[in-house]
Design a protein around this ligand. Structure first.
Ligand code: GDP
Length: 608
């Protein structure tokens, strides 16, 4: 009968879809997973849910049982053989389920706390899902916290909602509408799932409670119907193995092992496999294909069961030699009889090469380091969108050599002498070297925290550079002389500001033809050291304001009565460098008129 059932199912030839859970911290991702896994005590074991490595498998029977309350007429037809749900919620596992830049995750659940709406990591998750073109549904979780909610454990949502009093229903509608609006602001159209008339254009939202289990039957049914109706092409069985490394773990007695998700095809004990490693490609033979021992057999000698083969979709642990440098997020390829092992090695290493090709061409940028290929890729994508250039990338813990690479920026562009490290450890010696040499290392396990850290750091450096360049910044102005109070050392002169704004420290010059040769001369008078009106110092005199007395000091000052005449117009002494400094640091302080004046003064000082 089992064979028959299998044959019947393979008529449509679909494999089980793979599902990930993402969302902001504390929205209830872990609790939801627990609740879905929970077997129904009254009805006994729910149809053979199996704990796998890194994932839980829900066979058809279990899905049918768990969705029964929302399928009472039995009309909903299941076409997929089951559902594989990844156990570790969050970005990390989602980003590592990757293959040639696309995702092996067929559908995702984005969990939103109905009491909080969209939060920073919700947005980050949405970006990831959009980048990888992964369809998702939204679980609007914690509905039991709506004030006055009356629960019926594990009920379908619509029935539960109908039972609530008007106040609760209104609060629900209110929060639903607010969430829709928030999604719309992110350019996502979202609808309550049973009011969604167009699955292609609208994201479906399912209200759930991980505490009472309400809405979870609706959620599972929605996952299944979406995947089997919309994604059949990606759920076709292939003979070719499609497999990715989720985690690299050292296990006592087994050495370094890899936990993988097989999303298509079959892996066998003894298969020759290749994957991407920190120190080059890894080629090895599968020594053991392990799955967890069922609960009742746990007291037997091993916690794992050995399998001769493993068929998609499945999570297994692989034991083999030489796995030490394996990178999570790497693809795993099987070397077939026709294959050239070296070609496959090039192919898996290509994933890392492809990321390398994304770094800045002119070698100016930050250094980025992450724990896995998937998170590195996600981080690079995020930095690209945030317009932060990247010069170096690496995977694994931060060592001194990595910091030294980042240090090469100190000369070129100080603000980029920064390491943005995602979920990796920093070696002590590396940190010391960074501290000694003024290289910043930021570590975080939330991507946008790194962005915030870097943005603050860049602003601080910009401020410091601005301070350092204060003397090179020349705000343009033109002064008309009224009366010379002191001819030299210092020059003190009464003026009207006829163009621009005059500020202290502005270098002043007179431009006139030499009395003898007739050649144009730029005579520097020194810098303005004080601006006074009615014997009171003022910080700025703007065009058209009442006249001021300015003191001008500097080395080798020319003298009124010799090179200078009482009627000579005075100009701010600008240069290429002073203009660049304004452009670099003072854009916000410069008005349109001031830029126009800079332009007008350029020919006077022979600036091209
Ligand atoms: P995660 O960080 O997204 O994995 O969130 P958790 O699953 O750890 O849940 C965070 C907190 O919210 C815990 O205290 C949970 O008990 C609580 N929580 C999760 N789901 C629900 C829910 O549906 N209703 C209520 N009232 N609390 C919930």
């Amino acid at each position: 009968a089992h064979e028959e059932a299998l044959a019947a199912r393979s008529k449509d030839n679909l494999r089980s879809p793979i599902c990930c859970i993402l969302g902001h911290v504390d929205t209830g991702k872990t609790k939801l997973l627990d609740k879905i896994r929970q077997t129904n005590v009254q009805e006994g074991e729910a149809g053979g849910i199996t704990q796998q490595i890194g994932a839980t498998y829900f066979p058809l029977d279990a899905l049918q049982q768990k969705t029964a309350v929302v399928n009472q007429d039995g009309k909903f037809e299941f076409k997929v053989p089951g559902l594989l749900v990844i156990d570790t919620p969050g970005h990390e596992s989602f980003s590592n389920l990757r293959s040639r830049g696309s995702s092996l995750c067929n559908i995702a659940i984005l969990v939103v706390d109905i009491m909080h709406g969209l939060e920073p990591q919700t947005l980050e998750s949405m970006k990831l899902l959009r980048d990888r073109k992964t369809p998702f549904i939204v679980a609007l979780n914690k509905i039991d916290r709506l004030y006055g909610w009356k629960k019926i454990d594990n009920n379908g949502f619509q029935e539960s909602l109908a039972m609530q009093n008007k106040g609760v229903q209104n609060e629900f509608r209110d929060r639903l509408e607010k969430t829709k609006l928030a999604f719309a602001e992110q350019s996502f159209n979202a609808e309550l799932y049973y009011e969604n008339r167009d699955m292609r254009r609208f994201v479906s939202m399912v209200p759930t409670s991980a505490h009472t289990g309400e809405g979870i039957p609706d959620m599972l049914k929605l996952l299944v119907s979406l995947t089997q109706e919309r994604m059949t092409s990606s759920l076709m069985y292939l003979s070719e193995v499609e497999c990715t490394v989720l985690e690299v773990k050292v296990i006592e007695g087994l050495g370094t092992t890899i936990d993988v998700i097989i999303s298509n095809g079959v892996l066998r004990e003894g298969d020759r496999i290749v994957l991407c490693g920190l120190n080059g490609p890894i080629a090895t033979n599968i020594r053991a294909l392990l799955t967890p021992a069922p609960l009742k057999e746990l007291r037997l000698k091993s916690q794992y069961v050995h399998n001769k083969e493993a068929k998609a979709a499945l999570g297994v642990k692989i034991a083999a030699n030489d796995l030490e440098g394996a990178i999570a997020g790497s693809r795993l390829l099987v070397v077939g009889p026709e294959d050239d092992e070296e070609d496959l090695e090039d192919e898996v290493m290509g994933d890392l090469q492809q990321l390398l090709s994304k770094v800045s061409k002119d070698n100016r940028g930050v250094s980025v380091q992450a724990s896995t290929l998937g998170s590195l890729e996600a981080l690079l994508e995020f930095l690209k969108q945030s317009k932060i250039p990247v010069a170096n990338i690496s995977i694994g813990p931060v060592f001194k050599r990595d910091v030294m690479m980042a240090g090469t920026m100190l000369e070129k562009a100080k603000e980029y002498a920064v390491m943005l490290c995602f979920d990796v450890k920093v070696d002590k010696e590396a940190q010391q070297y960074a501290d000694d040499n003024g290289i910043k290392i930021f570590t975080a396990d939330i991507i946008y925290h790194l962005f915030d850290d870097f943005t603050k750091h860049r602003a601080a450096i910009q401020e410091q550079k601005k301070e350092e360049s204060k003397l090179s910044a020349v705000f343009p102005c033109v002064l008309s002389p009224l009366q010379v109070f002191n001819k030299k050392d210092p020059i003190v002169i009464g003026v009207d500001v006829i163009e621009g704004n005059l500020r202290p420290l502005t270098p002043i010059a007179v431009v006139k033809a030499n009395a003898v040769t007739g050649v144009k001369e730029i005579i520097s008078l020194g810098r303005v050291t004080s601006i006074e009106r009615e014997h009171k110092a003022i910080p700025i005199c703007k065009k058209g304001q009442p006249s001021v007395a300015v003191k001008i000091e500097g080395p080798n000052q020319p003298m009124y009565g010799r090179q200078l005449e009482d009627k000579d117009t005075l100009y701010s002494l600008i240069s290429r460098q002073s203009i660049d400094t304004l452009k670099d640091f003072y854009r916000e302080e410069m008005s349109k008129e001031e830029w126009a004046l800079v332009k007008k003064l350029k020919p006077l000082f022979d600036i091209p």
